[in-house]
Ligand binder design. Structure first.
Ligand SMILES: *[C@@H]1O[C@H](CO)[C@@H](O)[C@H](O)[C@H]1NC(C)=O
Ligand SMILES: *[C@@H]1O[C@H](CO)[C@@H](O)[C@H](O)[C@H]1NC(C)=O
Ligand SMILES: *[C@@H]1O[C@H](CO)[C@@H](O)[C@H](O)[C@H]1NC(C)=O
Ligand SMILES: *[C@@H]1O[C@H](CO)[C@@H](O)[C@H](O)[C@H]1NC(C)=O
Ligand SMILES: *[C@@H]1O[C@H](CO)[C@@H](O)[C@H](O)[C@H]1NC(C)=O
Ligand SMILES: *[C@@H]1O[C@H](CO)[C@@H](O)[C@H](O)[C@H]1NC(C)=O
Ligand SMILES: *[C@@H]1O[C@H](CO)[C@@H](O)[C@H](O)[C@H]1NC(C)=O
Length: 493
């Protein structure tokens, strides 16, 4: 899902029918070729995996029966297609593969995805725009090792990628680690060495663990949410699917990430030697260029170094050593964060999608010494009709949360103060969005209050009981995405 602020329109990629109803099927020939390669009817559809608003265009890619393609469409008329290009290295072939993509203001597309039919060739790839196409080195596990890409962000001079992958540096058994990787946006690749390849790619491990004599590691990043004004990244991490289910939320600041990238590398001389720290030859590295005489300018990094040093030695630590939120027996799949002005201060509210189809609403710790609070569990469906959450989108400007499931999109208003009928219930909910207006004698948002001094809010501790808004699932607006759907939910406008 993505949002077009210009038209105030939610854009949903589905295998069924989109909101503006631009149908985009694969042709019979492509489908036939897909079947002949042993794929099923379900796999041989067009799954939309890239949906990026770019000025007055919508850039979108679909798996197209294992023959990915991308189109550039008019935002106001999605049936109007301007260009159709190959989706290879921009979109996965297999709808189950995890990928991420972004377009910069200068028009370059950065995609992190598997590049081939079998999914064995993962890459971070730049194309389109005015700069030369570049990728990570092919079939080189020191660059990327069976990664699952999670998210990407365009921040200052760099493009950042968040993912999890098999840890090359971990030599006792197969372990997955979470990573942040980055490249300079002005990288133009090497000459003779690293041709058509990044010369600025580096990656570091992200640590999200429960401290203790033997720390308990939440190794597998599942989702992120970035707050650009605070340069703060929220990440949700889980244990491996083969071990007991547990999840945690950790927050990382950009300065901790930069700190790791400016520090020593982790380097392995040959495949039998140990991984050792190696001083960073370029600790004040900037994305500058140097004049290399007869050749065009290169990015300011020695090419031998760029080939050798990819992994940082120092692990990126979260803002505080204890995760912001932890829970056993559940796997969080998506996260969104809202920054809310309360009576006395700003609060961060974390929305977490659970693997059984509910949304946890959690108040982020107020300071280093307090913990987080579970404020509410938002029920989307009646108990036996729960569905897997596929996407989560927050619209700060409208204070709305959109939840995508198999065949519908559900809208949840974030400010629901009128549900609390008494002063006790209102203040007791410890919900930063709400307070008791002593003049109006009702539970209101800060904007609705008559006078701030007459608006009571008290968020020093967690609520006594979690308030689950009674029968919430009956109240949400929802849109059905598939005409043949029998899914319930009240019709939205
Ligand atoms: C949208 O684009 C299609 C294809 O170019 C065109 O046939 C149709 O008339 C356009 N619709 C509007 C409302 O402009
Ligand atoms: C999509 O359209 C925009 C605006 O016209 C253009 O700048 C861009 O190059 C197009 N992208 C592709 C892939 O054709
Ligand atoms: C993609 O990520 C999801 C969620 O973590 C996971 O269940 C799935 O196995 C991943 N896909 C592949 C092909 O690894
Ligand atoms: C971006 O890189 C340039 C050098 O190429 C540097 O002068 C500038 O400070 C960098 N910007 C940021 C925000 O780091
Ligand atoms: C190379 O960089 C130097 C110094 O930044 C600059 O003066 C020169 O114009 C650049 N040359 C090219 C070919 O971009
Ligand atoms: C950023 O996070 C680190 C821990 O990784 C912490 O030491 C530092 O104080 C944080 N900086 C800010 C500005 O919050
Ligand atoms: C990760 O964080 C935990 C808890 O703060 C800490 O005990 C552990 O040493 C850290 N691990 C690494 C590899 O930095």
């Amino acid at each position: 899902m993505t949002f077009d602020p210009g038209q105030n329109e939610l854009i949903v990629g589905t295998v069924c029918v989109c909101l503006q109803e631009a149908e985009w099927h694969c042709d019979e020939f492509t489908k036939g070729a897909c079947f002949s390669r042993g794929k099923s009817e379900e796999e041989c559809q067009n799954y939309i995996r890239v949906l990026l608003v770019n000025g007055n265009r919508l850039f979108t890619c679909g798996t197209n029966a294992f023959t990915p393609i991308c189109t550039n469409r008019t935002l106001t008329n999605l049936t109007e297609i301007h260009d159709q290009i190959s989706g290879m290295a921009r979109c996965p072939y297999n709808p189950l593969h995890n990928s991420t993509a972004l377009i910069t203001s200068s028009g370059e597309l950065y995609a992190a995805t598997a590049m081939d039919f079998s999914g064995r060739d993962p890459a971070i790839y730049r194309s389109l725009g005015g700069l030369p196409p570049l990728r990570t080195a092919q079939y080189n596990s020191k660059w990327l090792n069976e990664p699952n890409f999670v998210s990407s962000y365009d921040i200052a001079n760099f493009t950042y990628f968040f993912f999890r992958e098999n840890a090359v540096e971990h030599d006792c058994g197969r372990t997955v680690f979470s990573r942040v990787g980055r490249v300079c946006k002005n990288d133009i690749g090497g000459r003779f060495l690293l041709e058509d390849t990044w010369t600025t790619f580096m990656k570091a491990r992200l640590n999200c663990s429960r401290p203790g004599e033997i720390p308990f590691n939440y190794n597998e990043l599942q989702g992120t949410f970035y707050l650009p004004e605070l340069e703060l990244l929220y990440g949700i991490f889980t244990t491996n699917v083969n071990s007991i289910a547990a999840s945690a939320v950790c927050a990382f600041n950009l300065s901790a990430i930069s700190h790791s990238f400016n520090g020593p590398f982790k380097y392995q001389e040959n495949s039998r030697s140990a991984w050792l720290p190696y001083p960073n030859p370029n600790p004040d590295f900037q994305c500058g260029t140097i004049d290399s005489g007869t050749y065009v300018n290169l990015t300011e990094r020695n090419l031998q170094d760029a080939q050798k040093f990819l992994l940082m030695h120092e692990v990126v630590q979260p803002v505080v050593p204890v995760p912001y939120f932890m829970e056993d027996n559940v796997r969080f799949s998506h996260v969104a964060v809202d920054v809310v002005q309360g009576k006395d201060t700003l609060f961060h509210i974390i929305y977490l999608a659970t693997d059984y189809g509910t949304i946890r609403k959690v108040l982020s710790p107020l300071n280093q010494s307090t913990g987080s609070c579970l404020l509410e569990e938002i029920e989307l469906f009646p108990p036996r009709k729960r569905q897997v959450i596929r996407s989560l989108l927050i619209l700060h400007s409208r204070s709305e949360l959109y939840v995508g499931v198999r065949d519908q999109v559900i809208k949840i208003p974030l400010k629901r103060c009128s549900y609390h009928k008494s002063r006790e219930a209102c203040v007791g909910a410890r919900d930063p969005y709400c307070g008791w207006d002593m003049l109006l004698k009702k539970c209101t948002t800060l904007e609705e209050s008559v006078r701030m001094s007459q608006w009571e809010q008290s968020i020093s501790k967690c609520p006594v009981r979690n308030v689950t808004v009674d029968g919430g699932f009956g109240h949400w607006s929802s849109w059905s995405m598939c005409s043949h759907s029998d899914g319930g939910g009240s019709a939205g406008s």
